[in-house]
Design a protein around this ligand. Structure first.
Ligand code: DQA
Length: 140
């Protein structure tokens, strides 16, 4: 099975960015760990700081992948375009947040993506991506 992980804006800075919120680990190293841990799954990874590129990524990965794990980062709280892309595709999309967005500022409590997501994981750090893969593998 093929699963795509899509990360949104500023997640290229994981490991350096607000480590007290997002931890000390960069995503590339964590992605290597995931690839080893799930050698039976074909994992793809894409990150962009640009909203339209993320819309394209959801549309394109939906053609080649069975499932998508999406951390839309700040676009979670602002992007109707990205929410429409998630609504448009037929593959299951799991929304992931590294931090517990509900324990943070009020503007992070609302997600445009959640109504169209198969599930939402927040607050488990990078382990949330692994939990999403576990969930998606069990989901038909
Ligand atoms: C985030 C939470 C968002 O509110 C924030 O804008 C991010 C990362 C998270 O993974 O916890 O950039 O999606």
């Amino acid at each position: 099975m093929k699963i795509a992980i899509i990360n949104g804006p500023n997640l290229n800075l994981l490991g350096q960015r607000q480590p007290e919120v997002y931890g000390n680990e960069g995503f590339e190293g964590y992605f290597n760990f995931l690839q080893k841990a799930y050698s039976n799954v074909e994992l793809e990874y894409f990150q962009s700081n640009i909203e339209g590129e993320l819309v394209d990524a959801v549309q394109n990965f939906a053609k080649s992948c069975a499932r998508i794990v999406l951390n839309a980062a700040a676009y979670t709280h602002t992007s109707i375009a990205l929410a429409d892309a998630v609504a448009a595709v037929k593959v299951s999309v799991i929304e992931v947040h590294i931090s517990n967005v509900h324990a943070r500022e009020a503007f992070r409590h609302h997600s445009y993506i959640s109504p169209y997501a198969a599930g939402v994981i927040a607050g488990f750090g990078l382990d949330g991506y692994r939990l999403a893969i576990e969930g998606l593998l069990k989901k038909n």
